[in-house]
Design a protein around this ligand. Structure first.
Ligand code: ATP
Ligand code: MG
Length: 431
């Protein structure tokens, strides 16, 4: 036997029945996006490396050490598997001049790639669902996006996530705060870890985002940007809060909340759970009014978020919500392969009416009585409500036996093959 090939470390297969949870989440997302008039966008998984270097900032975890970058062997282009999707969405919006007639509300779902240390809730291929509102500067859109996420949590039954909110102000305010931070950290240089030392003069704000517990006390006492916001930034922040308050959205203000990417300004937020250990951020986002200009478009404000699908699904499991895998309506038992030309059109008729039918292929069964028995066992295990038995006796009369496997278990009746559509309809209407 040839040596077995396995998936790449940190890249998972999503198998049934888990995949049913993913599909249910995706279905809920489509509906919630529709309710808020967000439209779907699909961008390539591979983009020019320069897009992320420019978009995310050179001194970020992602660009410094997490990107899957490679040279195209054929033409030497520098390419990267997308580590996130905002940069790609912005590139597409600029490239296709999509803001020409005003703002756009967009959403996406798909795989992202980051070379991180794999652990629970942290993978090398993972999936994000994201919403972006581009070309809108007002606080009402920040609030809309936050409430959209809350609506999604309700729709999928996600509990135990709390919302943290902060404002990063505008570039001049950040510059001022940056100077204050540098001098603060310089005064405590002996307490800085390696990452912090390296970032002190390149990106001190990111020191606050450190996951090193030894840095926590120092970070807690650092000067807060929120305390030195100008009037406009403060007004924007308060307007977002007022809408959230009016809608009963609970949140806490976390002055140390900064995001992994450089491009954020004003509102930033995260939805966090305590139930997934240290990988507790299920969704994060904020305003990024300068990214579109950075990527070569005409300056336009924007705001968005991305959620981690693996973490959301994990949290749903953790809180014990039932898998949503649906059983077929009917399980077709076909003992004799010779009857397939007669039986398969009947199954197709049912399916065309929306009745789901799982076929037991005759070639898979042992035949004889024990074969029948094992087919009934499989029918039962499938979770189907009914077994359809297309046996020799039934087919001789152009009939099928319908046997209830769940409600009224054991009850059975015969239906004419020609009348199967009538039976199918009766399934759909309440009993
Ligand atoms: P973290 O601080 O956990 O590394 P991040 O700030 O890098 O997260 P974002 O870039 O904001 O995360 O991505 C948004 C969401 O995507 C995260 O909140 C998380 O749910 C999910 N996510 C990010 N990286 C991973 C990963 N490697 N594996 C699984 N999910 C991830
Ligand atoms: Mg990260």
């Amino acid at each position: 036997m040839a040596e077995k090939l396995t998936a790449i470390k940190g890249m998972n297969d999503i198998l049934p029945p888990d995949s049913a949870r993913w599909e249910a989440l995706e279905t809920a997302v489509r509906e919630v996006m529709r309710l808020h008039a967000y439209r779907n966008i699909r961008t390539p998984i591979v983009e020019p490396t320069a897009l992320f270097v420019r978009g995310l900032g050179e001194v970020t975890d992602i660009v410094e050490k997490e990107m899957y970058s490679f040279e195209d062997r054929l033409n030497g282009e520098q390419l990267t598997l997308r580590p996130e999707s905002t940069a790609g969405v912005v590139r597409a919006v600029v490239e296709h001049n999509m803001l020409y007639e005003g703002g756009k509300r967009l959403y996406y779902m798909g795989p992202m790639f980051r070379h991180e240390r794999p652990q629970r809730g942290r993978y090398r291929q993972f999936h994000q669902i994201g919403a972006e509102a581009l070309g809108f500067g007002g606080p009402e859109v920040d609030a809309e996006l936050i409430m959209l996420a809350c609506t999604l949590w309700r729709a999928i039954g996600l509990q135990d996530v709390r919302l943290e909110l902060n404002s990063l102000g505008q570039p001049p305010e950040r510059l001022q705060h940056r100077a204050a931070l540098i001098s603060y950290f310089e005064q405590h240089a002996d307490q800085l870890d390696e990452d912090a030392k390296r970032r002190l003069h390149t990106n001190p704000l990111r020191i606050l985002d450190s996951k090193n517990p030894a840095m926590k006390a120092l970070n807690d006492a650092a000067p807060k940007l929120l305390d030195s916001l100008g009037a406009d930034s403060l007004a924007h922040f308060n307007a977002v809060r007022a809408i959230l308050d009016a809608n009963g959205v609970a949140y806490s203000i976390n002055p140390r909340l900064v995001r992994g990417m450089d491009y954020y300004n004003l509102t930033v937020f995260e939805f966090i759970t305590e139930r997934l250990g240290s990988q507790g951020t299920v969704c994060g986002g904020g305003r990024y009014d300068y990214l579109i200009g950075e990527i070569g478009g005409k300056h336009s404000p924007a705001v968005g978020w991305a959620l981690g699908v693996e973490r959301v699904v994990e949290l749903l499991k953790e809180q014990g919500s039932a898998s949503t895998e649906v059983a077929p309506d009917a399980y077709a038992i076909i003992p004799d392969a010779a009857s397939l030309p007669l039986v398969t059109p009947v199954l197709q008729t049912l399916r065309s009416m929306g009745v789901s039918v799982q076929m037991h292929a005759p070639a898979d069964s042992a035949g004889g009585m024990s074969g029948m028995k094992s087919q009934f066992k499989k029918a039962d295990a499938s979770g189907a409500r009914y077994a359809l038995v297309f046996g020799a006796d039934e087919l001789a009369n152009r009939q099928v036996t319908v046997k209830a496997l769940r409600d009224g278990e054991g009850a059975q009746r015969t239906e004419a093959l020609e009348q199967i559509a009538g039976w199918g309809h009766s399934l759909q209407s309440p009993l």
